[in-house]
Structures are given as C-alpha cells and as structure tokens.
Design a protein around this ligand. Structure first.
Ligand SMILES: [Cu+2]
Length: 69
C-alpha cells in the first residue's frame, strides 16, 4: 500500500471535507482517507495497482477543489 498527502485549495468547511472524502472514496483501491481542514491536506492510503496519484488529483479537482503539488 502507498500513502500520499496532497495539498488542497478551496476547502472552507466540514462540508468541503466531506466532499473531498466522498470524491476520493468513490475511486477503486482506496483504503483510508483523512482530511485536515486546518492544514488543507488530504492523506490517502491506496493500492497503487488500482489507482494512481493522478486519478486521486483528478477526482478532487472534479469535486471542485484545486490540488497543489
Ligand atoms: Cu465547504
């Protein structure tokens, strides 16, 4: 398993946190998603055989947030 942390722009409330969690959780191969509103970060544990970091970013951006590298 792989763990990655992404910096997110545009999260302002717990509704945003839940949107990001849902967007990431809808992908295959996601084991755990932790979102920090204070740090504007999401930490994702995933199976790299099933999902790529690029797909994680796209899912978050599709939900309406920006991902900073
Ligand atoms: Cu919000």
């Amino acid at each position: 398993m792989t763990i990655t942390t992404l910096n997110i722009q545009g999260m302002t409330c717990t509704g945003c946190v839940n949107s990001v969690k849902r967007a990431v959780g809808s992908l295959p191969g996601i084991l755990q998603t932790q979102v920090s509103l204070e740090r504007s970060q999401v930490t994702i544990e995933y199976n790299p055989a099933q999902v790529s970091p690029e797909k994680l970013k796209i899912a978050i951006m599709d939900a309406g947030y920006d991902v900073k590298d």
